[in-house]
Design a protein around this ligand. Structure first.
Ligand code: MF3
Ligand code: CO
Ligand code: CO
Length: 290
């Protein structure tokens, strides 16, 4: 994939509440409980539902000829229209409001002037900051008609994500998640990227909990009701190894083969899991209240 031109950073109106890094680009981690209070959970449901809706609408824009910059502008405006700050913007100086990762880009692609072409695959990673908390979700979309090989990669990656989610249960070790994901990917002889992982999330975009997408027995912290984290496997047709572009964000597969990703923000419940960014999750108000 060729690099395009990145336009200047967009601004967010004053009436939108911003995370602490929005002004400086610097992320200072502070202690945050892995188990959330009912109040934080209620706010995370709204942030998650908002991110899910923005991702769905942005996905509907994907077609041959659109630039990733145009998708970024759309995501930026969709977030603001919902009272949310687009979390990627100025996060550690990331210059745009969504990550757009095309073909061999594993993650953190920067929207630019490149037009999507028929047969491309593109991951849109949307995170919304609303009511003081983040909701993080992504999906990989086909640009027009794609090859059977790419369709299969996308389908299996989505299955891996949902198998990882199904492994979320109170008192089970976090390593159950990666084991479920890796075993499904292996069945299809796909690679599982190890260098980028899921993360705790809440009032901060990334907190201490680490979610590996492969089996690592030492990843043995037990899941507890009230924990919130992301599950976001990156699955490859070839090598699972990456290299970075000189923009210091874009991670690509070392062999240039394609890769797909899906992501959800989840909550551990008393008897299993609630997917805070589930498709059709209801944002702000339920349809019955509207
Ligand atoms: N949304 C990404 C994740 O899933 C993080 C993007 S960081 C950014 O963790 F700065 F690139 F936006
Ligand atoms: Co994430
Ligand atoms: Co994300």
């Amino acid at each position: 994939m060729l690099k395009g031109v990145v336009s200047p950073m967009r601004s967010v109106p004053d009436n939108i509440a911003k995370p602490p890094y929005a002004l400086t680009g610097q992320v200072k981690r502070r202690p945050e409980s892995p188990v959330k209070s009912p109040d934080v959970i209620a706010r995370m449901r709204r942030a998650g539902a908002t991110a899910a809706e923005v991702l769905r609408l942005a996905g509907e824009m994907v077609r041959p000829g659109i630039t990733t910059e145009e998708i970024d502008v759309y995501v930026h405006e969709l977030c603001i229209a919902r009272g949310a700050y687009p979390s990627p913007l100025n996060y550690q100086h990331f210059p745009k409001s969504v990550c757009t990762s095309v073909n061999e880009v594993i993650c953190h692609g920067i929207p630019d002037s490149r037009e999507l072409e028929e047969g491309d695959i593109v991951n849109l990673d949307v995170t919304c900051y609303l009511d003081g908390v983040h909701g993080d979700t992504n999906a990989t979309f086909a640009v027009g008609h794609i090859s059977d090989e790419d369709r299969q990669l996308i389908n299996v990656t989505e299955e891996c994500t949902w198998l990882g989610i199904a492994a979320v249960k109170p008192n089970a070790p976090l390593s159950d998640i990666g084991r479920a994901i890796e075993s499904h990917a292996k069945k299809h002889r796909y690679g599982v990227v190890k260098a980028f992982i899921g993360h705790g999330i809440g009032e901060q975009f990334h907190t201490d909990i680490q979610i590996l997408h492969y089996y690592e027995p030492r990843n043995n912290m037990l899941m507890r009701p009230g924990m919130t984290f992301t599950i976001e496997p990156m699955i490859t047709l070839g090598s699972d190894k990456h290299r970075m572009w000189d923009d210091e964000w874009t991670a690509v597969t070392i062999d240039g083969k394609r890769t797909a990703q899906f992501e959800h923000t989840v909550l551990v419940t008393d008897d299993g899991v609630e997917v805070l960014t589930a498709p059709g999750a209801v944002s702000a108000q339920s349809p019955l209240e509207r």
